[in-house]
Design a protein around this ligand. Sequence first.
Ligand SMILES: [Fe+2]
Ligand SMILES: [Fe+2]
Length: 366
Amino acid sequence: MVKESKPIELANGVYWLGVLLEKRLEVNVYLRVFKKGDKTINMVIDPGPPSVFETVQQNLLSLTKDLRKINFTYINHQDPDVSTNVMYLHKYNPALKVICTEDTWRLISFLGLDDANFQAIDKFKSLRGKLSTGHSIRFVPTPFCHFRGAAMLYDESSRILFTGDLFGGITHSPGLFATSVNWHGMRSFHQLYMPSQDALRSAIDSIRSLEPKPEILAPQHGALIKGDLIEEFMGKLYDLPVGWSLLETLVKHKDFYIEAINDILQTISHRIGEDLVTMAINKIESDGTFPNLFEMKGNTVIDIKLDPSKSFKIFLDALQEGQPKENIEIIRNAVLKAAVDWNLPLFESMIDENAKASDLLLIEED
Ligand SMILES: [Fe+2]
Ligand SMILES: [Fe+2]
């Protein structure tokens, strides 16, 4: 299902080519048209996966009239959701130039591309390029965000920074531009896909040092970001535990998880009834999982045997299964409160995943 079937001009010569609305992740594809006199250069940025090619193709045709006129494609990194459509663009124009890093090229060349198509970012020592139309573009490497060879593209004349997976998010709001509500999906996405907080901080430092400052961040997933939200989201991402440091945090905070889970169980016992807690424990015990996950004394957790967040998620699923909406709301609120009280990452996203699953069965009020 396509969210928008028509291209939207973000700035002079910069087009958003629509996204595919999927259950899992939205994909953004962009076209930059550089023009001077009778010269036109068309560059597709992160051409996307085959599932969105039809939309991309239609929109490119409406803007360029001929897919053989796509001269360049820029690829942030090799993931299939970013790069695969380069195969089709290459079929239309065998002379297509693909701009990416050596590390990315080593992998995407398996899509049937020839070295003659490749223009390596690594060869631009100044990380600046000048097109024959006179326009400047800049390359902003973001190593390990999330791939070793990932690099953002900064279009200086439009002041749009194409960030790839950085600032990407799982979005459930219809707008093209983010509001502060989008933070939630962005946070989960970065916690899942960014391997290192140091790498994330280094990428944000690189963005902060750009002059002139970007006016729009155009990620490959989710909503675009402009205005004060750019600094707001950068600040939040800077302090976000992700990847390896997040795992370490989880291990370090096992005792906090135990306290938090017991707080939640107490609230549920008090608000809904102890039977629900006992029933959830029995449910996990009966499938043979429970003794491996928790050590209990009555209805109190005294130890967690495996990854605390994963173990808790299983418990949470058991607590919520088959419950009416008002009970799920009580459980959700108890988890959110515990997450704040014990300063635990991921609790909120875990409960939201469950809330979403429940919404499929029960009609959401708002
Ligand atoms: Fe990726
Ligand atoms: Fe991606």
